[in-house]
Design a binder for this molecule. Structure first.
Ligand SMILES: *Cc1c(COP(=O)(O)O)cnc(C)c1O
Length: 354
């Protein structure tokens, strides 16, 4: 158990908060006054500290830079009407971070370290949580190898860190996606189920190719046959087909999204028919052609629900019904928003009050 008083706190002398224009916050470019750090050395976590946000000295031989020995998480806090901060499903992010850590040969992060550092940091930078509709505080915990050693081996030293950034709504407009059948994000036996840095670095090039053609994001297909739908950039994908909510079943090449799980839980709670299974590209395209795919969306922390406006496949664009007509995804978005902000009961125990 790490008691909060064991976290040393060095506060900024002057907050940057008054300089921030909260009516116009770009995603991921503005960080709060403070950050949390902990070192893993000689087999244990130590040196818990909150310091002013800023550049850090790092060895040029850090394996995180050379070999991608780094993992991360992403979650959100919202300020409720009564002024308290609510974090959504933080324990699930903690669990997933340890799944990623194991795959990347990194040390286990105890629950107390994760939760108490998170609380202490949010408590300190609480006034940075934006209050405008759709905005929130994005929380980025991450861990990387901090050895000074350029050989490839399991590392001995690590840093666990948390930074915070206020964000507006991520995708204000519906997204255009392209089904990717050439490049691969993750394959069976790889690291796709882990939030490991290299997975994302390798995805930028194919995503850029699609962006040059006017799409926002890719929908990846399986790395072996490119026949089955996997997921999108940092979102799981879901479809309402024939009044059934369908999403690819989890595998080691798909990231187990917490938003995905939340959407499935709500759908089941509402008595909707839900299928987690393989969906072939052919099945999806046939469904689009027949007009039985009434909704398609990405589910992830950044956007919560990103409505998909059109799906590109082999040079052809398939348009989906207008957003206003999408009963399920609109309802689930509203419900999740209400649970997150504490304005709706939380039957699943998803909220932690800070
Ligand atoms: C983070 C992430 C998701 C979404 O996970 P959430 O827990 O819902 O934010 C989906 N796919 C990938 C590849 C991701 O990195």
């Amino acid at each position: 158990m790490i008691a909060t008083e064991k976290i040393s706190i060095q506060k900024v002398s002057k907050s940057r908060l008054p300089e921030i224009d909260f009516s116009n916050i770009p995603f991921g470019k503005i960080y709060t006054d403070h950050m949390f750090l902990a070192d893993y050395k000689e087999g244990e976590w130590q040196n818990f500290r909150i310091v002013p946000y800023g550049y850090m000295p790092i060895s040029p031989a850090t394996p995180a830079l050379h070999y991608g020995q780094s993992i991360f998480e992403g979650m959100k806090a919202i300020k409720s009407k009564d002024g308290s901060a609510y974090v959504f499903r933080a324990l699930d992010n903690w669990k997933r971070m340890n799944i990623s850590a194991e795959r990347m040969c990194m040390p286990y992060i105890p629950e107390e370290l994760f939760m108490e550092s998170l609380s202490a940091l949010i408590e300190l930078d609480r006034s940075w949580i934006p209050t405008a509709e759709g905005s929130s505080l994005y929380i980025r915990p991450f861990m990387y190898s901090a050895d000074e050693y350029i050989g490839i081996r399991p590392s001995e030293n690590f840093t666990f860190q948390i930074i915070l950034c206020p964000v507006g709504s991520y995708y204000s407009t519906p997204v255009k996606v392209k089904i990717e059948k050439h490049y691969t994000r993750a394959v069976a036996g790889g690291t796709g189920f882990a939030k490991a840095g290299g997975n994302y670095g390798g995805a930028i090039y194919p995503a850029k190719m699609a962006q040059d053609k006017g799409y926002h994001q890719l929908v990846w297909t399986d790395g072996v046959e490119h026949k089955y739908i996997e997921e999108s950039g940092t979102m799981n994908v879901m479809f309402v087909m024939d009044n059934t909510l369908i999403t690819p079943a989890l595998s080691d090449s798909i990231l187990a999204g917490i938003t995905r799980d939340s959407v499935l839980s709500l759908a089941r709670h509402w008595g909707m028919k839900v299928e987690e299974r393989r969906i072939s590209v052919d099945e999806l395209i046939a469904g689009l052609e027949k007009g039985i795919v009434t909704e398609a969306f990405g589910a992830g922390t950044a956007a919560t629900i990103a409505h998909i406006e059109l799906i590109g496949h082999e040079g052809k664009d398939y348009h989906l019904p207008p957003i206003e007509k999408r009963e399920f995804s609109n309802r689930v978005y509203k419900e999740l928003d209400a649970i997150k902000s504490g304005s709706q009961p939380d039957p699943f125990g998803w909220i932690t009050k800070i």
